[in-house]
Design a protein around this ligand. Structure first.
Ligand code: TAP
Length: 497
């Protein structure tokens, strides 16, 4: 393995540990002085110590955000919103490598990916939403009462709390924060404890971009304390939660007090379907990325691979060949394809799924081992794992594993695979691989999921809505849908008499 040395900029940043909370444009310790540590999942070494916010810090952040919303940010012109978001996008681009490095060190995503994708996509999101403030508009409905003129306005909600998971800290934070800010809201951001470091650096860039103090506040620390306090807080107008379905349910209950607006981006068990007429080279490469990209720790992971009977054996063999050959290693090694699992707890849970699947009768085709020795010492490495002989009612077929585990099922007909693909409580995403155009559109319409990819996988754009059906949540990121979701519609009636 050839690990990249940590750059000077990142070393300097890490030397700033212990890190504080960012509230009202100031770096403040947690009210009760609490801290927690962040560890590198590639080798288990402690990277930094961060402030652990409590409910009193949530109160402070709400006061700061409300002050910005009712003051300098709420009263800023549209040009100021556009300028700040554009500048943030420019700054993220300028610090691409540093942000990528921090993310790889903190969450274990391979550096080749974070350099090429994460910071670059985050910058693109800020730039995209920088274009929105001057395009947010109401309309003039044609009402029956001819002696009245009615127009609508789209107004910001106020203070939005954004709670994100650990798998895409940069992309998720910028994706969810930028439209909120474009609409004129103030934001409180709560990253996951396992992946907070990139957001501390992002906070410095937000400050440099010129947003007024308190427009964005960042609270690090435990979800059950901060996330729950944000969800219940009467001073918050909206919760945008991305994470597990279980926590999502608790947010719905906690938010009922002041009837907060809610957007929930939750779990998934995405079906990825390969028909016998597919371009097999693309389909197999796509299935590998869908199932094992970022070690399967993705909400849209192709976690149930359905392959039509005539090509089933060939696909299993070729996918297993790719999985066996994949380079597993330290996230800071440019040749690494499969990095570590984010945390030991998560790695334990994944191993329990693999062992449980085999105990329930699944066949282990490849992988299935935890790597702990030699270059893997101290890290949380699991081999890419393929299971066959999995019944649709087994736990590994039904529950989200969030790890590098792909069960492969065979199917005979289009109707059968549609029914089995939809036989899940989730509905976030799906993949279809076929050369038959009519079939592609039929199946895309029949699958109950918020995003369907045809002969491609894992594609996103700020212009295309993204979110779930069924237990995968409600509300949408991206597209014009997210602008509607961060504004209230007001109808103004004017008498013409
Ligand atoms: P969760 O455990 O649900 O954590 C998500 C966030 O919620 C973290 O910031 C967490 O904080 C916080 N949290 C934990 N308990 C909370 C509580 N009681 N009240 C409020 N907030 C709480 O999810 P995860 O393990 O980080 O992420 C994996 C899950 O996210 C998977 O189910 C995955 O499918 C889903 N996900 C969905 C999407 C979309 S777009 N649908 C995208 C990515 C991930 P701490 O971790 O700091 O405690």
């Amino acid at each position: 393995m050839a690990k990249e040395p940590i750059s000077r900029a990142t070393q300097q940043f890490l030397a700033g540990s212990p890190f504080k909370l960012w509230i009202g444009g100031q770096w403040l310790p947690a009210g009760d002085g609490g801290t927690f540590r962040s560890y590198n999942p590639s080798d288990g070494v402690c990277l930094a110590e961060l402030a652990s916010a409590g409910s009193a810090d949530v109160d402070r952040a709400v006061v700061a955000a409300r002050g910005a919303f009712e003051g300098p940010w709420g009263q800023a012109g549209l040009a100021k919103r556009e300028e700040c978001l554009n500048r943030l996008g420019d700054l993220i681009t300028a610090h691409n490598d540093e942000l990528a490095e921090l993310e790889s060190l903190d969450d274990g995503k391979p550096i080749s990916t974070t350099r090429a994708i994460d910071a670059w996509v985050a910058a693109g999101l800020a730039h995209h939403f920088a274009g929105w403030p001057s395009k947010i508009a109401g309309y003039t409905p044609s009402v029956g009462a001819q002696d009245h003129f009615v127009y609508t306005r789209r107004e910001p909600l106020g203070v939005a709390a954004i709670v994100i998971p650990w798998n895409y800290p940069l992309i998720h934070s910028v994706q969810k924060m930028s439209p909120a800010l474009a609409c004129g809201n103030a934001v409180i951001l709560k990253p996951a404890q396992w992946a907070s470091l990139p957001l501390i650096r992002l906070a410095e860039l937000i400050q440099e971009a010129g947003f007024p103090d308190g427009t964005v506040n960042i609270l690090t620390g435990p979800g059950p304390v901060i996330g729950a306090a944000l969800a219940a807080h009467p001073g918050i107008n909206k919760i945008q939660f991305t994470g597990s379905t279980t926590v999502g349910r608790s947010i719905v209950q906690a938010s009922a007090g002041n009837l907060k607006r809610l957007a929930l981006e939750l779990g998934s068990k995405a079906p990825n379907i390969i028909f016998a007429d597919a371009d097999l080279d693309s389909a197999i490469a796509g299935a590998f990325e869908a199932g094992f990209g970022f070690s399967g720790q993705s909400c849209v992971a192709g976690a149930r691979l359905f392959v039509q009977e005539p090509i089933y054996a060939r696909v299993v063999e070729r996918l297993a060949g790719l999985a066996r050959a994949a380079r597993i290693g330290d996230a800071m090694d440019v040749s690494t394809e499969i990095g570590p699992i984010i945390h030991k707890t998560q790695a334990d849970a994944i191993m329990a799924y693999i062992e449980g699947g085999i105990a329930q009768g699944a066949t282990l085709v490849c992988g299935g081992r935890r790597l702990t020795e030699g270059p893997y010492t101290g890290g949380n490495y699991i081999e890419p794992t393929i299971l066959t002989g999995v019944r649709d009612d087994m736990t590994v077929a039904r529950e989200e594993i969030f790890g590098p585990v792909v069960p492969i099922f065979s199917f005979a007909t289009e109707d059968e695979v549609i029914a089995r693909a939809n036989d899940t409580s989730y509905g976030l995403a799906a993949g279809i691989w076929t050369r038959d155009v009519a079939r592609a559109h039929r199946v895309a319409a029949a699958v109950k999921a918020g995003t369907v990819w045809v002969n491609t996988y894992d594609r996103f754009d700020a212009a295309a809505p993204f979110g779930g059906f069924k237990g995968s949540g409600y509300g949408r990121d991206n597209g014009h849908e997210v602008i509607d979701a961060y504004t209230e519609a007001k109808a103004v009636w004017v008498s013409l008499k």
